[in-house]
Write a protein that binds this ligand. Structure first.
Ligand SMILES: C[S@@+](CC[C@H](N)C(=O)[O-])C[C@H]1O[C@@H](n2cnc3c(N)ncnc32)[C@H](O)[C@@H]1O
Length: 436
């Protein structure tokens, strides 16, 4: 580790003191833990901000900042390596891999991964947004989602305009689709009763007022203006991303899969991922409205929700971590013990199984979540367990979260635990190296 620290003199490494956030059961961060402080967002000059280019064309909960992935690839990957993210979410790992010329494979339960990915990697579009809007207005094609609650989420008036715009998308070639999909998803959400400031599908006083006031105005003009603005924003972000000179590499994407029932077809060199949070985030629920408009039906969306970690019952595995058992004893309520168990049985099983086909490194980015007032050292539990599977703990980088979009709701109640959700202040990137 000393060598590693010497290798990067431009960075100020230090051992952080996070005493203020710690509970008495927490262990002190020390040299023995191989933890170093880090501010990833300041390490990659070519990616000047966390929302640069197509790294931010759509709000996806708890997504990676691109600098974390870029740092890992620049420091640890070698030419010709293949990169893999089993919880691909927004597709950030794919987008960064292209910039540095690595092949990649992305998986996620959520099919929106492919929509974001395909729009984020397009060549600089040659379309004129004004012409596109005119074409949409003239379109004869119509599309409405097969959703029993459609009329609950959208006033009737908006549906004719929405169905024409979506009909146009579905009758367009891919180049047009990829420029329009994300802008239309965002505009569609704005024209619904859902509160677009909240990740999950949620109708608030604010959003009901928004619809009321839209209906009193020339809302069709507002609709097309917003769509045009969103198309311009996407085009600008695509140009920005293309400034990074992404390479045409090989990639594979699998969506709608449950990580626990899926296997890698071929070996990969590096796994880099951020698994679901212990304080359960509902990724499918948060993109439900979008999934309906993307053409998925109610039963399929329900099935996806049932597979989300840590909601679904999972096969129990043998867990090789003292800390896992130590912290489990601290939890009193049975529903929280169930959440804790499902979470660790799911993610540890996924990493130990998938790790069999990973040849060099695993980078796992996690937050030190709390159950009640107890901080759970997810990173240490992962390290202890994976040691038994031929993985050596090289280092854990501790990143400070400056601003992070989580599921915000007025009450801040965690849907899984029913308890008040406390904000996570640091996140940990665990670096594991395959033992030779
Ligand atoms: C923290 S997010 C990943 C975010 C991603 N790293 C990014 O930059 O956008 C965790 C992801 O795990 C996915 N997920 C949850 N349960 C899953 C399962 N059983 N199989 C596959 N993916 C799952 C969620 O859909 C979510 O996208």
């Amino acid at each position: 580790m000393q060598e590693l620290l010497k290798k990067k003199p431009q960075l100020t490494f230090g051992f952080i003191d996070v005493e203020s956030e710690r509970t008495p059961v927490d262990l002190t961060i020390s040299r023995l833990d191989r933890k170093v402080n880090m501010l990833f967002r300041d390490t990659i000059p070519e990616i000047p901000s966390t929302t640069y280019g197509t790294f931010a064309i759509f709000k996806y909960p708890a997504k990676f900042i691109p600098q974390v992935i870029a740092y890992a690839l620049k420091e640890y990957a070698k030419s010709g390596m293949k990169i893999f993210d089993p919880f691909g979410g927004y597709s950030s790992v794919g987008l960064v891999s292209r910039v540095y010329g690595y092949d990649y494979e992305l998986w996620d339960l959520n099919p929106i991964l492919k929509v974001i990915h395909d729009s984020a990697i397009i060549k600089n579009p040659k379309v004129n947004p004004l012409d596109l809007i005119d074409e949409i207005k003239k379109s004869e094609a119509k599309f409405l989602p097969n959703w029993s609650n459609l009329n609950y989420w959208f006033p009737d008036d908006f549906l004719s305009v929405l169905s024409q715009a979506w009909g146009f998308i579905y009758s367009s070639p891919d180049e047009i689709k990829q420029v329009l999909l994300i802008p239309l998803l965002k505009t569609t959400r704005y024209f619904s009763f859902s509160d677009e400031k909240v990740h999950k599908l949620y109708s608030s006083k604010f959003s009901k007022e928004k619809v009321k006031s839209l209906l009193k105005r020339d809302w069709k003009t507002v609709f097309y203006d917003m769509l045009k603005k969103e198309i311009c924003t996407l085009i600008k972000k695509v140009y920005e991303y293309n400034h990074l000179k992404p390479k045409s590499v090989k990639y594979k994407i699998k969506t709608g899969i449950d990580v626990l029932n899926t296997e890698l077809d071929d070996e990969v060199n590096i796994l880099i991922t951020s698994p679901p949070y212990l304080q359960a985030q509902e990724y499918i629920r948060s993109t439900k409205l979008e999934l309906f408009w993307l053409g998925y039906d109610e039963n399929y969306i329900k099935e996806l929700s049932k597979k989300e970690i840590p909601y679904n019952p999972v096969d129990e595995i043998k867990i090789y971590s003292e800390k896992y058992f130590h912290f489990r004893k601290e939890i009193k309520e049975s529903h929280l013990i169930q959440l804790y168990d499902r979470y660790f049985h799911a993610i540890l099983n996924a990493f130990s199984k998938l790790g069999e086909k990973v040849t060099d490194y695993m980078f796992i980015f996690v937050g030190p979540a709390k159950i009640r007032t107890t901080s759970i050292p997810i990173d240490d539990i992962i390290v202890e367990h994976l040691r038994e599977f031929g993985w050596e703990h090289e280092l854990t980088y501790v990143d400070q979260i400056v601003s992070r979009v989580m599921f915000e709701s007025k009450s801040r109640i965690n849907p899984a635990s029913g308890l008040e959700d406390s904000r996570i202040k640091t996140e940990h990137l665990v670096v594991l190296k395959r033992k030779r």
